[in-house]
Write a protein that binds this ligand. Structure first.
Ligand code: PLP
Length: 434
């Protein structure tokens, strides 16, 4: 009964005759005449697999750092599609590039040369100093390419069971290899047997890696995030990546950086590692690369650049002209609009504002982060803050239960950052009972 009512309603919504969240009479929910509010998420759930705990809101449009829901309510977006919409919503240059490309050529396949792909690879190598690029569609796919590249590199060196050092609290994706690399049991539980060949050590712990180096001859690479995003916005010691680089050089290992969340300007440099002197051998990108159009990349340098040969790896959609046009427009806009400097300044402004506004508050463990990847760790679970902020017109994220994570678009200006602080600081204070 419920399913029929839901489906009928969903059909009306799809045909544009109903708003997605309307009061309707639903006999299945409490008898004749009882009015029950069904949200879009519930309606859509009738045929969507139940993989997400969605919030009860659906957005109709966006502009810059702002979103409007189906009922016309406005929200300040400090999530940016989980670090994706770097240029904010409906950025004119991105929209124009996508429209022009769509009118010209969307997809041809990797059976042929793809000019836009070659342009994007040139551009990515110019800003990163890397030598070669494999294009794909998502972060886990970029990491899969990285993992396969490391294994092939190991085999080419005569190591039959190559192993990769990975970190506790890391997040690398949901495919079988990337969830096996991920340092979070919740992500892995129920999907055993996991993919073998990963050796786990604590994040920001160089001696632990030295121990593995002393005992394990199968290691071929270290895979690490410059800042752990999903794991709680964990920033390592300033020298960490440099020390890992030195170990990799000494051992003949590849330094492989998962920059899916930290890349494309998020931390105030093109890539998170550019705050350090460590240059990776391999790097994974996605999220902000297409500013909302799915595109990922695995970049390699030096010995790693020529490991793959034709037939070793591939992707049907990877790097199609539409995705590449979006990525090229994103990189152009970041450069032309000085967004890296904006991220550094606006990020520092928000972190300072949070530190000042929450100073001395019992319950605040730390304000941390880099650029516009910001975390506020509390001493208690704070998932409730997401709904409370949304009620006040602010979209935030909470990760690992007790870290408020902010990932606003790179275009956020000082005034909008102040609006964010004006809502969030009192909210956290009130939540902590000040
Ligand atoms: N790597 C990192 C560091 C991430 O933060 C994420 C997603 O949050 C991924 C990989 C997976 O990316 P995707 O969801 O595009 O597969």
């Amino acid at each position: 009964m419920r399913e029929r009512a839901v489906s009928a309603k969903y059909t009306l919504f799809l045909h544009g005759r109903e708003s997605p969240a309307t009061w309707i009479t639903n006999r299945a929910h409490g008898g004749v005449g009882r009015r029950v509010r069904l949200y879009f998420s519930e309606l859509a759930m009738s045929h969507l697999m139940n993989t997400y705990s969605r919030q009860p809101v659906a957005f109709a449009r966006g502009e810059g750092v702002w979103l409007w829901d189906e009922e016309g309510r406005q929200y300040l977006d400090a999530v940016a599609g989980v670090a994706v919409n770097g240029l904010g919503h409906a950025h004119p240059k991105l929209v124009q590039a996508i429209c022009e490309q769509a009118k010209t050529l969307i997809h041809t396949s990797n059976l042929y040369r793809v000019t836009r792909q070659e342009q994007l690879a040139d551009r990515l190598c110019a800003i990163s100093g890397m030598d070669s690029v494999f294009l794909c569609n998502s972060g886990c796919e970029a990491n899969e390419a990285m993992i396969k590249l490391a294994r092939l590199y190991g085999h080419q060196k005569g190591i039959d069971n190559p192993a990769i050092i990975v970190m506790e609290k890391s997040f690398h994706g949901r495919t079988l290899a990337t969830l096996s690399a991920t340092g979070n049991r919740k992500v892995q539980a129920g999907f055993e047997p996991l993919v073998s060949g990963f050796v786990r050590v604590p994040y920001n712990d160089v001696p632990a890696i030295e121990q593995v180096a002393a005992h394990n001859q199968n290691v071929v690479a270290i895979m690490v995030e410059p800042v752990q995003g999903e794991g709680g916005v964990n920033t390592p010691e300033a020298e960490y990546l440099k020390q890992l680089r030195a170990i990799c050089d000494r051992q003949g290992w590849l330094l492989m950086l998962d920059e899916v969340q930290t890349g494309i300007g998020r931390t105030g440099q093109w890539f998170g590692h550019q705050h350090t002197q460590a240059v990776p051998d391999v790097m994974a990108l996605a999220k902000g690369l297409g500013s909302g159009v799915p595109v990922g990349a695995c970049l390699a340098k030096g010995v790693a650049a020529d490991v793959f040969k034709p037939g070793n790896h591939g992707s049907t959609f990877g790097g199609n002209p539409l995705a590449c046009a979006a990525a090229l427009a994103t990189l152009d806009a970041i450069e032309q609009e000085g967004l890296l400097a904006n991220v550094r300044e606006t990020g520092a402004f928000i972190r300072d504002g949070l530190a000042e506004g929450l100073k001395g508050m019992a319950g605040v463990v730390q304000v941390r982060g880099q650029g516009l990847l910001i975390g506020v760790e509390l001493d208690r679970p704070c998932g409730d803050l997401v709904a409370r902020a949304r009620d006040k017109g602010l979209l935030i994220n909470v990760t690992v239960d007790n870290v408020v994570r902010l990932l606003p678009p790179l275009v956020m200006d000082r005034k909008e950052a102040q609006q964010l602080l004006d809502i969030l600081v009192p909210l956290i204070r009130e939540f902590l009972g000040a």
